[in-house]
Structures are given as structure tokens and as C-alpha cells.
Design a protein around this ligand. Structure first.
Ligand SMILES: [Cu+2]
Length: 279
């Protein structure tokens, strides 16, 4: 096989230059999208939401800086070390550099985690206020059901054998438990504004998720567990609830709505539902 003349097919700056330029353009477009806030999230309606947004911003600053520096470094290396017909150079790497960027990554990740811990813990690890509105959220393929305890303030016992969506008992409320007689089950969630709400999240089949963007709240529902979270919405409105776990073929249509209403409207809603149940 004849030896090729390396110099005749190397040394083209065009390929390396084009690739480096593409990377620089990619970085510029990405920075533009984030810096101009091209796709802003809907404004939050909770105090905790502000802490979550602040945490997102911090994370974006840190990961954005790393992204910009590493991509520009890559573009530089592609250009600087392009093929000029020189012999390949073997390197075993640089232990000091490896140590530095591994340690820096650990510190950044742990630091961001520790900073975000407060907002996370406030929603999940502190008990709800005693006068919080309690609503049980049950997920199944592919619907949400919301249960209110009714005037007695007690949820009726659940009996899996009595689960029967077609006869109007999707949750399997035990017929023999008097506490369950006044329970209200709704396909959407209605809560009062400026009043703490505690959700007790459960699942009947697979792992689903309860997510409302405006609450900045996202929680998996896990079969066999009741997961409590709480929030206080400070603005009335109609918001979308969605399942963010890929839970099956109908996942794309698994959604519901959250209505945040005034305290008076909330009492009216409860009264109407109770009358409906009594009829
Ligand atoms: Cu789901």
C-alpha cells in the first residue's frame, strides 16, 4: 500500500474553523434565549414558589457559567489543536486538573443542594397548620380524584374491595363507615385563597405525579404510601394540574384543574357539593 503524503490531506483550517464557529453560535443562541427570558414560567402564587424560583436562578447561573466556559474551551481546542499534519501526541491526562474539577463539581452540587433544602423541607417536612384545609388526592390511570372529608372533618375508611368507578365509588369508600357518608369526591381541586391546604397524596396503581406550575410544587404519588405536602395559594385563579410521570398510554391526557377561590366561594362550593351528595 503506498504511503499517503500526510501533508497533502491535512492542514485544512476550514473544517476545524467551521466546527468551532458552530459551537460559538450555539453558545450565543443559548445565552440569548436565557438572558432575554424568552420562555418565562407563569408567575408563582405561593411564597415558597419565590424561594424555588430563586434556587432555579442560582442553579442556572452556576450551570450556565460552566456551560459557557466549557463550550468556548472546546471551540478553542478544536481550532488550536487542529490537524496541521503534525504527529499525534499521546497524553495520560493531568491528575491535578482531574482533582480540581471533580472537587469543584462536588462542592457546587452539595452547595446547591444545601441552599435548596429549606424550600424543599418547608413544604414536606414541617407539619401543616391545624386549621389547614385537608384534601386527599388519589391518582390512577389516568385521572385525579380529590376527596374532602365533609362536615364531620373525617375521611371515611377505604376498602380496596369496594373500589368501583362505574358505580360512583372510584376510591372504594367503605359503605359501612359512617365517617365516609359525607365525604365529597371531585374530579377537580377547589381550595380557598390565603388559607393553608394540606394534600394527602396517594396512588391506586402506578407511580403518578401531582404538579402545578404556579405552585412550584411537584410530588410523586406512590402506591402504598400517603405523602403529605402543603401550600398556601395567594391568588385566586384557574390552574392546570398535570401528571409528570410517564404512567402509561393515557399519560398525555392525565390532567385536572386547581381552582383557587375566595373563602366565601369555597364555603359555597362545599355546601353545594354536600347538598348534591344528600339528594
Ligand atoms: Cu399519571
Amino acid at each position: 500500500m503506498p504511503l499517503r503524503n500526510r501533508n497533502s490531506e491535512s492542514g485544512s483550517a476550514a473544517t476545524a474553523g467551521l466546527l468551532a464557529l458552530l459551537i460559538v453560535i450555539l453558545v450565543a443562541v443559548t445565552v440569548y434565549v436565557f438572558a432575554t427570558n424568552l420562555y418565562p414560567p407563569p408567575p408563582t402564587i405561593t411564597e415558597v414558589g419565590k424561594a424555588v424560583d430563586h434556587q432555579y436562578f442560582l442553579t442556572l447561573c452556576v450551570t450556565g457559567t460552566v456551560f459557557i466556559l466549557s463550550q468556548l474551551g472546546l471551540a478553542y481546542a478544536i481550532w488550536r489543536f487542529r490537524d496541521r499534519g503534525q504527529p499525534a501526541h499521546f497524553t495520560r491526562g493531568n491528575n491535578t486538573l482531574e482533582m480540581v474539577w471533580t472537587t469543584a463539581t462536588i462542592i457546587l452540587f452539595l452547595g446547591l443542594g444545601l441552599l435548596g433544602r429549606k424550600a424543599w423541607a418547608e413544604v414536606r417536612f414541617t407539619p401543616a397548620e391545624p386549621d389547614a384545609v385537608r384534601v386527599e388526592v388519589t391518582t390512577n390511570q389516568f385521572v385525579f380524584n380529590f376527596r374532602y372529608p365533609g362536615p364531620d372533618g373525617k375521611f371515611g375508611r377505604l376498602d380496596p374491595k369496594q373500589v368501583s368507578a362505574s358505580t360512583g365509588n372510584p376510591l372504594g369508600i367503605d359503605e359501612n363507615d359512617p365517617a365516609g357518608k359525607d365525604d365529597i369526591v371531585m374530579p377537580t381541586l377547589t381550595v380557598p385563597v390565603n388559607h393553608q391546604v394540606e394534600l394527602l397524596i396517594r396512588s391506586q396503581d402506578v407511580i403518578h405525579n401531582f404538579y402545578v406550575r404556579e405552585l412550584r410544587l411537584q410530588q410523586d404519588s406512590v402506591p402504598g404510601m400517603v405523602i403529605p405536602i402543603h401550600f398556601t395559594a395567594n391568588q385566586t385563579g384557574h390552574y392546570e394540574i398535570m401528571c409528570t410521570q410517564l404512567c402509561g398510554l393515557g399519560h398525555y391526557r392525565m390532567r385536572s384543574f386547581l381552582d383557587v377561590v375566595s373563602e366565601a366561594d369555597y364555603q359555597n362550593f362545599l355546601k353545594q357539593q354536600q347538598q348534591g351528595a344528600a339528594q
